[in-house]
Design a protein around this ligand. Structure first.
Ligand code: UN1
Length: 512
């Protein structure tokens, strides 16, 4: 009954269309294979989607191209006003959308709603930004010349997102890109199609009111029918993709091959360094949220603790006893801290990783077992694990999307920094310390090599106001706040001669 209420509130039917150009008249009659979304909470089907086929892709792209031509001429503050109204609609639907995210991804309610809060926050940010798409003016080296740069809308932005955050990354990209004057083609993960349909339904009244059909497009279809055509399509100047490093390498290669832009937000292998003078109580709490929150399925999840040998035992004892108190279960129940993993494949990957830890000589200190939760028999539940390892074990070098936390010991701070950076990924990082020397060392040029570096704050749960993304195999992209908007626009440098002479730059004389 509760599920039906959530679906009704968000306009989700038992079988839904897999493509839309946005708005109440925008849904296409897709006829592809039915994709059934099952809840990881109990394995039961929630609702189905008739996937889109190549001809649907072509239809949506044609509309998007037309719509962009009009939309790019709408004044940016008017586009911002539209995004403000999207923010209002999101506020009205926060509970229902948060609950659907919990249902489809298995996050606890606070985290499902937290994701919607990120959407609301970025809507506010984007509204203000719509009046601040600033370019610089430069001083020309020539007399009676003016030089400046302006930012134009880019075109259609292709947006590929992952199962673990089915809503917030849509908003970081789509709401910023839309105040920039772009059209969006959103392709969600096929593991979570319903959340994307709900987002489109929430947008509907705003799209209708502003007459912007063809701007917020969404398509759910196979890699062959939709994914690959998007990557190869020269009508899509920017592909923004969140997911695994393997996926990102492919996206980067194909889009780079046509000299398109890609914004990649890929795997992390995020560590917290805990120094000998750290507040251990705080470090344990931050680690718990970072490693166990969202069942370890955030790209910012804490995967490694690099800890000074003198405090390791105390930290580990406190952490393991905290782990034993974590309530794993139905994420819709109050008091649950950790829900299920997304599917059976994720559980198998976790089991394989723990096997690999042992095979290398590591020691599992707690967790890793599958459990059954009463009333949720078809769900994918595990106990979160902590293991003592060496940083150079191959399994520690790669990202396992599950709640496994690795403990790595160090003796000198320089060594901690080396271990910290000695992984292929570079998304988020943190140090827990009370020493100015360690704090600043961690933030210095020889410190953390990640896109996010925190002090006395864990690795996950970044605020929307900063630029989000990371280095190395994380892909180098930045989205969300700060000046991340620039990737969604094209910069034009303009020089105007308002005089009656024609002086050349660099002092060149070229006269007959
Ligand atoms: C992700 O896991 O893909 O910083 C995004 C965080 C969230 C976003 C995570 N604000 O953990």
């Amino acid at each position: 009954a509760e599920v039906k209420q959530i679906l009704d509130a968000l306009g989700i039917k038992s079988v839904n269309s897999g493509a839309t150009i946005g708005g109440s008249k925008g849904w296409l009659k897709t006829k592809g294979k039915e994709l059934v979304s099952c809840s990881p909470i109990n394995g039961k089907p929630i609702a189905g989607v008739l996937t889109a086929e190549k001809k649907d892709y072509d239809a949506v792209m044609a509309k998007a191209q037309d719509a962009f031509k009009t939309f790019r001429m709408m004044p940016a503050p008017r586009r911002g006003d539209m995004v403000r109204e999207i923010g209002v609609a999101l506020r009205e639907n926060k509970k229902a959308l948060g609950a659907l995210i919990s249902l489809e991804v298995g996050k606890i309610q606070a985290e499902g709603e937290g994701e919607v809060q990120e959407m609301i926050d970025i809507a506010d940010f984007a509204t203000g930004l719509s009046r601040q798409l600033y370019g610089l003016t430069m001083h020309s080296e020539r007399p009676e010349h003016r030089m400046y740069e302006q930012w134009h809308p880019l075109g259609i932005v292709g947006l590929i997102t992952s199962f673990n955050f089915p809503a917030a990354p849509w908003s970081w990209n789509a709401l910023i890109a839309s105040v920039c004057g772009d059209a969006i083609l959103f392709k969600p993960s096929s593991k979570v199609p319903l959340t994307s349909i709900a987002i489109q339904n929430i947008l509907t009244p705003v799209v209708d009111k502003y007459g912007v059909e063809g701007i917020f497009n969404m398509i759910i279809g196979s890699r062959d029918d939709v994914g690959e055509p998007m990557l190869h399509d020269p009508r899509i100047p920017l592909i923004s993709a969140t997911g695994s490093t393997a996926m990102g390498k492919h996206v980067g290669e194909v889009v780079g091959g046509r000299l398109g832009r890609s914004l990649l937000e890929l795997g992390g292998n995020n560590a917290i360094i805990v120094t000998e003078d750290a507040d251990i109580g705080m470090a344990v709490r931050a680690t718990l949220f970072g490693a166990v929150g969202t069942a370890g399925q955030r790209c910012t999840s804490t995967r490694r603790i690099i800890i000074h040998s003198s405090v390791k035992q105390t930290f580990v004892n406190n952490l393991v006893s905290a782990y034993k108190q974590v309530k794993v279960g139905n994420p819709l129940d109050n008091g649950t801290l950790m829900g299920p993993l997304i599917d059976e494949g994720a559980v198998l990957a976790m089991e394989e990783a723990l096997k690999a830890v042992k095979a290398c000589g590591g020691k599992v200190l707690c967790g890793g077992e599958r459990i059954t939760v009463d009333g949720c028999e078809g769900g994918h539940y595990v106990l979160p694990a902590v293991a003592e390892v060496k940083n150079d074990f191959p399994i520690v070098q790669s990202e396992t999307f599950a709640p496994i936390l690795y403990i790595i010991e160090y003796n000198a701070f320089e060594q901690a920094l080396e271990l910290h950076n000695d992984v292929p990924q570079g998304l988020s990082s943190a140090v827990f310390t009370t020493s100015l020397h360690y704090q600043e060392g961690f933030l210095s040029h020889k410190g953390s090599d990640c896109g996010i570096a925190n002090v006395n704050i864990g690795t996950s749960g970044a605020e929307i106001g900063g630029a989000f993304g990371g280095e190395k195999e994380t892909g180098g992209g930045r989205e969300s706040g700060s000046d991340a908007w620039k990737v969604y626009m094209r910069r034009q440098t303009t020089t105007i001669n308002w005089g009656k002479e024609l002086p050349l730059a660099q002092g060149i004389e070229f006269n007959i």
